[in-house]
Design a protein around this ligand. Structure first.
Ligand code: NDP
Length: 244
């Protein structure tokens, strides 16, 4: 199945590393004009070296006003990947206020805000569009020491459904991708311990973690017209973890 994005403009958040970076590169390779948003300038510098057509935007998405300022001149956008995310392990009884606020401000509030900015433009132009929120298997399954992360991704799933409902009249589709563990910087933080990773893998019917490309391919599908009638879905990319 060929998926092409020629003539389309895409915003990818958290595009400095991991899944977001690979998504930005894949979209550019597919012909899209890509705006890569992240908060570490060095990551943007290396991304542009790798793919000079990508337009960089450096901003901390947990800052609402700074996000407005950074994206006000972004221009018309057809595709959005709300990928920037934060996770930290903390036992439930030790969860701190700071951790809670940081996690929700990036995983939920920033996703909502960037989508508002982009969808306002889509609505005004009447061109429709596609938005993918990068959630997690953790939105639907309790994981030890993941109370805040699980709660934030559960909130993101519900946000996806309400966005799908409210934006559908403007032909804007909104879906989410819910991966299992991927060994990015974030994945390594939670799952480098071989005892823990073995236990997790034992609950994944396909018997392995996901690769970055597994997630990127599903994001591209949901962004593209190949999923033109798919709206409001929570799509696991989890080797069957959530099925059992
Ligand atoms: P990485 O940590 O590899 O990359 C996350 C990217 O998001 C980085 O470029 C990071 O920048 C950026 N980012 C984080 N906070 C902000 C912020 N406040 N403002 C702007 N950019 C920010 O993570 P992954 O690629 O693994 O994760 C991508 C998404 O996938 C996340 O939403 C995550 O929750 C989700 N996910 C990941 C899984 C995994 O096992 N890896 C499993 C399931 C879901 P910087 O490094 O500068 O902070």
């Amino acid at each position: 199945m060929e998926i092409a994005f020629s003539g389309q403009r895409a915003v990818v958040t958290g595009a400095g590393k991991g899944i977001g970076r690979a998504t930005a590169l894949a979209l550019a390779q597919g012909g899209a004009e890509v705006i890569a948003v992240t908060r570490t300038q060095a990551d943007l510098d290396s991304l542009i070296l790798e793919c000079p057509s990508i337009k960089p935007v450096c901003v901390d998405l947990s800052d609402w006003e700074a996000t407005d300022a950074a994206l006000k001149d972004v221009g018309p956008v057809d595709l959005l990947v709300n990928n920037a995310g934060f996770g930290m392990l903390q036992p439930f009884l030790e969860v701190t206020s700071d951790h809670f606020d940081k996690c929700f401000s990036i995983n939920v509030k920033a996703a909502l805000h960037v989508a508002q900015i982009v969808a306002q433009g889509m609505k005004a132009r009447g061109t429709g569009g596609s938005i993918v929120n990068v959630s997690s298997q953790a939105s639907q399954r309790a994981l030890k020491d993941h109370a805040v992360y699980c709660a934030s991704k559960g909130a993101l799933d519900m946000l996806t459904k309400v966005m799908a409902l409210e934006l559908a009249p403007y032909q804007i589709r909104v879906n989410s991708i819910n991966p299992t563990v991927v060994m990015t910087k974030m994945g390594r933080m939670g799952w480098s311990d071989p005892v823990k990773s073995k236990e997790m893998i034992s609950h994944i019917p396909l018997g392995k973690f996901a690769e970055v490309d597994d997630v990127v391919n599903s994001i591209l599908f949901l962004l593209s017209d190949k999923s033109a009638m798919t709206n409001g879905v929570i799509l696991p990319v989890d080797g069957g973890f959530l099925a059992c």
